[in-house]
Design a protein around this ligand. Structure first.
Ligand code: FMN
Length: 380
C-alpha cells in the first residue's frame, strides 16, 4: 500500500489495523444507514464553477470559528470512544489538531479525560457536553472544562435517546465495551493495535469513571450510561448551561429551520447543522441538503457550522459556499487515527487542506473568506 492520498485510502488502512467491532463502531449509521450515505453522496450532486485566467497566487484558508483563529474552516468533531480506534486516541488527535491550528472537540464519552487532553496540549480545545439526568455531574463536567481552559462548549442536542445501529448490536458492542471471546479474537487479529493498547491505562470512559456518583467500576459504568442520558432535555435548559459555562456556546445537532430559530433565540454563538453523522434519525435529510434552508432562516442571526459526510476539501468548500463558516470532520480523522495514529490524523487534515486549496484556486478564488455561492453552478 502506498502513501494514502485520500480519506478513502485511510479508511482502507484503518479497517486492517482496528479490531472489527471498533472499526464498525465508526463506520456505522442508524438502521438502513441511508442518511449516513446521503450525507456523503449529496455533496457529489453540487457542481463547481471552473474559472480561468485569474490570479491564483498567494492563497489563504485562514478563518475564525466562534471568533477563534483556525488555519482552515475545519474542526475535529467530538467522537465517543476515540481511544478505542488507537490507544490514547483523543490525546493524539488533540495534538495533531493543535499543530495544525484547528479546534479539537473532546466528547463527554471520550476514553482520555478532559485533564488527560489538557496535559498534552498547550492551546485551548473545545469540550462537547451530553446532558445527563444527574445535573450535579453536568455541572462538574462544565467546571472541569473551564478549569482545563476549554475555549468553547459544544452542547449536543440530538442524542438524548440512542437510535439503533445494527453493526454495533451484531458485534455485541456495549458502552463501555465488555470483552467476550469473539471480541478477544477480533483483537488478537490486530496485534499492532493490541501492543499500543497494552502501553496505556486508558481503556474506559475517562470523564466519567471516578467522577460520576457511584461509578467506580466498569460494570457500574455500563448501568450509568444506559440510564443517564436525559430525554427531557429542552430549550429551557440551555439558559442554565449558558450561565454555568459563561463562554462561547455551540449547539450541535440542528437539522430543521424551526429548531435553528429556537437555537438562535437562546443567544448561543453558533449552531452545527448535523444529524450525528447519520447515527440517529435514519431517513432524515443530509446535512448539506438542509444547509441552505437553515442559512435562509438564521444566517443573519447566528454563526452556522456543518458536519456530516465531509470526505474531501471540496466538500468543505461546498459547505462554505452554501453558507457554513466552519465544518467538522468525524470519521475522516478517526480513520486516520486508526490507520496511523497521530500521523494519520495529520495526514487526513493535510489531504483535506490540499484539496480545499487547489479547488479554491481552480474556482478562481484566493481567500476562503471570498467563497460564496458564486463558485457553484448547480446540482446534478
Ligand atoms: C464513532 C463516532 C462517535 C461519535 N460520538 C459523538 C459524541 O460522543 N458526541 C457527539 O456530539 N457526536 C458524536 N458523533 C458525531 C460526530 O460529532 C459528527 O456529528 C459526525 O461524525 C459527523 O459526520 P462524519 O463522521 O461523516 O464527518 C460521533 C460520530 C462517530 C462517527
Amino acid at each position: 500500500m502506498g502513501t494514502p492520498l485520500t480519506i478513502a485510502d485511510l479508511k482502507k488502512r484503518a479497517r486492517r489495523r482496528v479490531p472489527k467491532m471498533f472499526f464498525d463502531y465508526a463506520d456505522s449509521g442508524a438502521w438502513t444507514e441511508q442518511t449516513y450515505r446521503a450525507n456523503e453522496s449529496d455533496f457529489g450532486q453540487i457542481k463547481l464553477r471552473q474559472r480561468v485566467m485569474v490570479d491564483m497566487d498567494n492563497r489563504t484558508l485562514e478563518t475564525t470559528m466562534v471568533g477563534q483563529k483556525a488555519s482552515m474552516p475545519v474542526a475535529l468533531a467530538p467522537t465517543g470512544m476515540t481511544g478505542m480506534q488507537h490507544a490514547d486516541g483523543e490525546m493524539l488527535a488533540a495534538r495533531a489538531a493543535e499543530e495544525f491550528g484547528i479546534p479539537f472537540t473532546l466528547s463527554t464519552m471520550s476514553i482520555c479525560s478532559i485533564e488527560d487532553v489538557a496535559s498534552v496540549t498547550t492551546k485551548p480545545f473545545w469540550f462537547q457536553l451530553y446532558v445527563m439526568r444527574d445535573r450535579d455531574f453536568v455541572l462538574s463536567l462544565i467546571n472541569r472544562a473551564k478549569a482545563a481552559k476549554c475555549s468553547a462548549l459544544v452542547l449536543t442536542a440530538d442524542l438524548q435517546i440512542l437510535a439503533q445501529r445494527h453493526k454495533d448490536l451484531r458485534n455485541g458492542l456495549s458502552a463501555p465495551p465488555k470483552l467476550t471471546p469473539k471480541h478477544l479474537w477480533q483483537m488478537a487479529a490486530r496485534p499492532f493495535w493490541c501492543l499500543e493498547m497494552l502501553k496505556t491505562r486508558r481503556h474506559s470512559f475517562g470523564n466519567i469513571i471516578g467522577h460520576a456518583k457511584n461509578v467506580s467500576s466498569i460494570s457500574s459504568l455500563s448501568t450509568w450510561t444506559s440510564e443517564q442520558f436525559d430525554p427531557r432535555l429542552s430549550w429551557s435548559d440551555v439558559a442554565w448551561i449558558k450561565e454555568q459555562w459563561g463562554g462561547p456556546l455551540i449547539i450541535k445537532g440542528i437539522l430543521d429551520p424551526e429548531d435553528a430559530r429556537a437555537a438562535a433565540d437562546t443567544g448561543a454563538d453558533a449552531i452545527i447543522v448535523s444529524n450525528h453523522g447519520g447515527r440517529q434519525l435514519d431517513g432524515a435529510s443530509s446535512t448539506i441538503g438542509m444547509l441552505p434552508k437553515i442559512v435562509d432562516a438564521v444566517g443573519d442571526r447566528i454563526e452556522i457550522h456543518l458536519d456530516g459526510g465531509i470526505r474531501s476539501g471540496q466538500d468543505v468548500l461546498k459547505a462554505v459556499a452554501l453558507g457554513a463558516t466552519g465544518t467538522y470532520i468525524g470519521r475522516p480523522f478517526l480513520y486516520g487515527l486508526g490507520a496511523m495514529g497521530k500521523q494519520g490524523v495529520t495526514l487526513a487534515l493535510e489531504i483535506i487542506r490540499k484539496e480545499m486549496d487547489l479547488t479554491m484556486a481552480l474556482c478562481g478564488k484566493r481567500d476562503i473568506k471570498d467563497i460564496n455561492s458564486s463558485i457553484i453552478v448547480g446540482r446534478q
